[in-house]
Design a protein around this ligand. Sequence first.
Ligand code: ZN
Ligand code: ZN
Length: 357
Amino acid sequence: MSHRKRLGRLRAEMVEAEVDTMLVSAPNSRRYLSGFSGSHGFLLVTDSDALLATDFRYIEQAADESPAYDVRRIKGGETWLPGLLAELDCRRLGIEASHLTVAAYRKMLSDLDEADEISNIEIEETTGLIEGIRQIKDADELATITQAARIADLAMGAVGTAIEPGMTERQIAWEIEREMRELGADGPAFDIIVGAGANGALPHHRAADTPTRTGDSVVIDMGAIYRAYRSDLTRTFHVGEVDDTFRRVYRIVLRAQQAAIEGARPGMSGKELDSIARKVIEDAGYGEEFGHGLGHGVGLDVHERPMVVPTSEDVIDNGMVFTIEPGIYISGWGGVRIEDMVVMENGRARQLTGSPK
Ligand code: ZN
Ligand code: ZN
């Protein structure tokens, strides 16, 4: 989808939120709406104008990447917002409340307060406005995410199946990162999680110097960044002979995951979808051991909307990409988590990751 189309969507949301000007400060929302990939810049959007304010380093790049925007040069430490707002005749300014720091917000208020060229600008603290638009992926985004998912699958296949007793979590994580970069990834989508043995019971355990031992379950949660889009994939391996506990727990988690993938439908809330997998795990007697949400949207951010958790009112729709990742964590023993990315398509969830499980 062109950035002009995305701007159109934002403008419709701005009417709903009753703001005439929107200040976009979150890097990935800025990139989504403009194509600008630099590390510093702000968008100011009204119903007829779209400005991209950035510093000297990025002027040429911004003009090149963001033809739908009028690029303006700003200087760090200088007050630039009031002048641009006066030019845009802003009365009600929308800000992204979940992204602006308290320090940036205070500076903005005092700049607006002290400026001569403007007065009485109301500030509306919006949340989730652009994140809501970003939930539905277009064909180009889906193609890029599919490639990010493919890189994750290939790296998982190459490394996960080759774990030898004695390899440390850190070694495994590094092998995965190296493999992903060789496959064309720009880097890992997040710090790779490798949880061997009892560490697998900690869902977000970072890879450390713990060696894997025969009998361990090993949870590997990883993903790639490919052209700014991310993937997210978890598989749980077993070092050496598989024991009964592992087999039982693994089957329950897999059954929960399959029930959710097969049961996902547009119109469901994140909460409803979460409950499909949760019920399978609760019925098997491990409800207390599944202590996190079932999944989350994936795109420019590794965790974005829709949220698929017990409290989520986000409504699942065609075009959304999200994870389904139930897990069971037993303190002192370890954990099993199985995570795939799916896209909701023609009323059904289609898997984007496809590592054996
Ligand atoms: Zn993950
Ligand atoms: Zn995830």
